[in-house]
Design a protein around this ligand. Structure first.
Ligand code: G3I
Length: 345
């Protein structure tokens, strides 16, 4: 009896990852747990509501979720003062029931803005002072609604161009560059515990964008603005080289005290699918997770949809697709199996 108690005490004293690393995880949720991160997916709310197999796989595999479209401004306030939270609420409720953390996407973007807002700004019925009030109310209302339920917000999305200049948007044009500090402050006031992120694409490799984003972060920090993380969207394609310096780029942001997340990873290919292309795709996914795990503060690894049945890629890139971990029938592709082999060094 005594030896049994000692044996049990010894087992209990060993932290889970130390002994779990010897066996291959059975799914992404276990992989994430073993490596001390969260693995997430963007969620198509229509599919979540209507497809049982989609919902089952999402809830089994993923411990983090992002609304693909349901939290964007045009979705939550299609008419001025008319809020439609149903889809966003459904995502947050499903996440709570399935032990998933949530990334809020996105508070301030130049895309998917409601027509009442863009038209009003264009025709001058909304002036700069009113626009600032509208933005503050939007950020405050949305963050407050989900206070305590969102782990991290993409506060500003895609604010830098590929050439390193600031993106022209109604925000920059009418409010000036100070709007970025404002929205972080407003979001922080509305939910002081949420991690607040700057999020962008091509940030994995594009030098001008990297440098400008680093200086935005430093500038915000110098002003005492609450910014906590940087999101690398990670929309990759196998026809382009893998961004081989990505881990170093992550480290540069981590050195500023930020946490890191891969927020929208997918790896598209020119169709048709071949075994060779799937192997290359698997390698890209594997390297992306390896890069994330090489940085201590990489907390989240999120894919932009987990099945080729629901992916933005074919609608946006002519002749391209098959960018996800699972095929249209939800069968795991080589990329899925490749991820399961990744271990923290
Ligand atoms: O809402 C209308 C709906 O009423 C209509 O029936 C339907 C018919 O096509 O269109 C619907 O709008 C579409 C919307 O997704 C919601 O499904 C738009 O046409 C379509 O353009 C829009 O695409 C989204 C895109 O952002 C818009 O920029 C993609 O689904 C979404 O995956 C994509 O996500 C972005 C991230 O937010 C930011 N980073 C890049 C990423 C990929 O572009």
């Amino acid at each position: 009896m005594k030896s049994l108690i000692i044996a049990l005490a010894l087992v209990a004293a060993v932290p889970f990852p130390a002994h779990a690393e010897h066996r291959t995880p059975r799914d992404l949720r276990e992989l994430a747990y073993q490596n001390g991160i969260r693995i997430g997916s963007a969620v198509d709310i229509a599919a979540l509501r209507s497809e049982d197999d989609y919902r089952k796989v999402l809830n089994r595999e993923f411990s983090h979720v992002t609304a693909e479209n349901a939290m964007k401004w045009e979705s939550v306030e299609p008419e001025r003062g008319v809020f439609t939270w149903g889809d966003a609420d459904a995502l947050v409720d499903n996440a709570r029931r399935n032990n998933q953390k949530v990334r809020g996407h996105t508070l301030v973007w130049h895309n998917q803005l409601p027509a009442w807002l863009t038209t009003g700004v264009e025709n001058g019925t909304i002036d700069a002072a009113e626009l600032r009030d509208i933005l503050r109310d939007h950020v405050t209302t949305q963050v407050r609604r989900y206070k305590g339920k969102i782990r991290a917000w993409d506060v500003v999305n895609e604010v830098v161009n590929d050439d390193g200049t600031m993106r022209q948007s109604i925000w920059l044009t009418h409010l000036g560059p100070g709007y970025i500090a404002d929205v972080f402050r407003w979001a922080h006031r509305a939910d002081p515990h949420a991690k607040l992120y700057i999020n962008d694409y091509n940030l994995e490799w594009n030098a001008p964008k990297i440098e400008t984003t680093l200086s935005i972060v430093k500038d915000l920090q110098a002003q005492g603005v609450p910014i906590h993380g940087v999101g690398f969207q990670g929309h990759l394609g196998i026809q382009y080289d893998y961004p081989g310096d990505w881990a170093n780029v992550m480290k540069r942001f981590a050195d500023l005290g930020l946490e890191i997340a891969v927020t929208e990873l997918d790896v598209r290919m020119v169709l048709p699918v071949t075994p060779e292309k799937l192997a290359t795709q698997a390698d890209y996914y594997r390297r992306a997770l390896t890069d994330c795990l090489s940085v201590k503060v990489c907390r989240e690894f999120t894919v932009w949809g987990f099945t080729d049945r629901h992916s933005w890629v074919p609608g946006w890139f002519d002749g391209e697709g098959a960018a996800c971990l699972l095929d249209e029938n939800l069968a795991p592709k080589p990329a899925y199996h490749a991820l399961l082999t990744v271990k923290k060094a």
